[in-house]
Unconditional design. Sequence first.
Length: 224
Amino acid sequence: MALTLYFHPLSGFCQKVLVALYENETPFTPQLVDFGDPVQRADFLKLWPIGKFPLLRDDRLGKLVPETSLIIEHLALHYPGPVALLPRDPVAALEVRRLDRLLDLYVAIPMQKVVLDRLRPEGGHDPAGVAEARELLACTYAVLEAELDGRQWLAGDDFTLADCSAAPALFYGERALSFQAGYPRLAAYFERLRTRPSYARALREAEPYFHFFPRGEGDAGLSR
């Protein structure tokens, strides 16, 4: 098979790419990477010294493609399917890229700040940094609430790269700062994402690993 994806099912960024692959039923070989295994970690670092997944290996084109958005654009360009995750119109495509960046930078990244702080040892926590991250999440939720006015999906009527990004970002973002009570459009949108077959499949595959997700005080943990 031409495509191999190096990933872990629990990673939100990996789920983003899985959604894109599943949307178009793109054939690929899944290669799960466990960074806790020294051999697997060393083998992956030989392939990609930056050490970040997901990573796509395209044997047909002889390329290694890192970074989620680039992977999805690579798929759209070289392995297009019935779902056009990036519009052909350049203006519409730029809007989708803007929304994709909004989710990655201002939901997924601050969410990680909040969640990873839970793994720090006693005395090593960063309450100021966590507070700033939660403030950024709240601000971004408000932006998304406004963006979703009258829209089925984040960029409009069609499911796009922006929605691939939104699904895992919001799933984990909810565990860092809930949007259920104060952002009704966003909550309803996430329900559509959660039940979309491509993301529902990615969630099912992640479920066996949910117990590894660090819980905060009062956090009931992960559930679908």
